[in-house]
Ligand binder design. Structure first.
Ligand code: SF4
Ligand code: SF4
Length: 118
């Protein structure tokens, strides 16, 4: 992925440690790198098999418009947004992506289209 912004990480960690009353009422982040630290879960192959088989719509990204903010990666509840370590390019693990559309909803550039499976 791209270079980590340590100064933002520290600043945001301090924000999330504040009491609820002291935190900024509106928190806005420009990229994945500015989000406060949080635990995330990653998918594993379950007894239900490849969960991507249930999907009705699949996310398709317009790479030309993608600004590599990685909100889609951060918000995907299944951990099925993939980021190439070398290039930072976003793709999907269609074997497990359930097609919920959260990545498309959270994308600030609206460059993820949910396309009906055929
Ligand atoms: S559609 Fe849902 S499960 Fe699939 S990559 Fe987007 S957020 Fe993840
Ligand atoms: S697809 Fe959208 S949310 Fe994901 S990295 Fe690109 S611009 Fe950000």
């Amino acid at each position: 992925m791209t270079e980590h912004k340590e100064e933002n990480k520290k600043e945001n960690w301090e924000v999330i440690r504040m009491s609820q009353d002291d935190r900024p009422k509106v928190q806005s982040w420009n990229s994945y790198w500015e989000l406060p630290p949080a635990s995330v879960s990653l998918p594993i192959k379950g007894c239900a098999g490849k969960t991507g088989e249930w999907r009705t719509f699949k996310p398709v990204i317009d790479q030309e418009k993608c600004i590599k903010c990685y909100f889609c990666y951060m918000y995907c509840p299944e951990g099925t947004v993939l980021v190439d370590d070398e290039t930072g390019v976003v793709s999907y693990d269609y074997e497990y992506c359930k097609g919920c559309g959260i990545c498309a909803e959270m994308c600030p550039k609206k460059c993820i289209e949910m396309v009906r499976e055929v």
